[in-house]
Design a protein around this ligand. Sequence first.
Ligand code: MRU
Length: 369
Amino acid sequence: MKVDGKHFRSIWRERGGWSVGAIDQRRLPHEFIVAKLTSCEDAAVAIRDMLVRGAPLIGATAAYGMALAMREDSSDAGLKRAYDTLVVARPTAINLKWALDEMRTALAPVDPVERAEAAYARADEIVEQDVEINRGIAGNGLKLIEAIVAKKKPGETVNLLTHCNAGWLATVDWGTATAPIYLAHERGIKVHVWVDETRPRNQGASLTAWELGHHGVPHTVIPDNTGGHLMQHGMVDLAIVGTDRVAANGDVCNKIGTYLKALAAHDNGVPFYVALPSPTIDFAVDDGIRDIPIEQRSGAEVTDMTGRTADGRLETVRIVPEGSPVANYAFDVTPARLVTGLITERGVLKPDRASLAAAFPERIVAAAE
Ligand code: MRU
């Protein structure tokens, strides 16, 4: 997608080179800084510290992390060490394990002398595959937006709501939840996006608003508590969110607060869709609410906020009384019954076991291995 007219991806391999560039998402929207990853450890830290974040981008970074590791030590022990280091970097997004499993399957049979080259080749494929998947999601989600346009009066705007950042910054390009929105915008459909700020890390206010703004998509940032009110007053036509893991039964794990938006959408008859790239399906998990591990992050994300002061400095301030305990559950699970549909690269599916299994049978086989 574009930043001031120039095309960017969130991660890339240096042209003809071995190191990896990534936009440092901790600094947005205040500073656009590119980080250089040169080791497996760099990749693991980038994921853990959320220099990169968003389920598909975590997977892509892990794939390049394996490639960087193979430059350092391409032995069987090196392969295992890299896998073990990266797989624990963040617990909830299943794309991390998916990408590492793909890399290990590709590299295990290769002679260690050729592993580094093979690792870069497979990581490049995973990155390109992410972009293709998101293009598929864009086309399938566009049909939902077009159906709303058909019901509206000529010239009226389609109002969407999204939570957290499931935009191009969370993937390699296009995003998942934002992919249909970018395509609709490109096709000249009038869209407007309500952007949940998404406390405590504010990925909506800091990242989604930044990328929509730089691509020229009309949007409004709202406090997290606003969605229900907007839905009651007919101001949301469609909610689309991303996901970090979808269980075999169609339960959807996503950024904390997604469940509350789904409840509000259900109560107000607002269609609530989840954009789902297939590497985010976890057929090994039967029941999302019971079995998906929910990351708990540092309390400092709740007690402190960072922003730019009027004189241009970046400053972190405390907003919670000293001594008050805080809790920071980073994700929640929306039960499948509250989800209208899953927008995948293979079409819009019902959020249930049979539909997921019929659309992605090869993932069931992989999960069983
Ligand atoms: O903690 P984050 O910022 O990695 O969480 C990101 C989300 O919850 C996204 O909605 C999800 O990863 C989907 S990304 C296309």
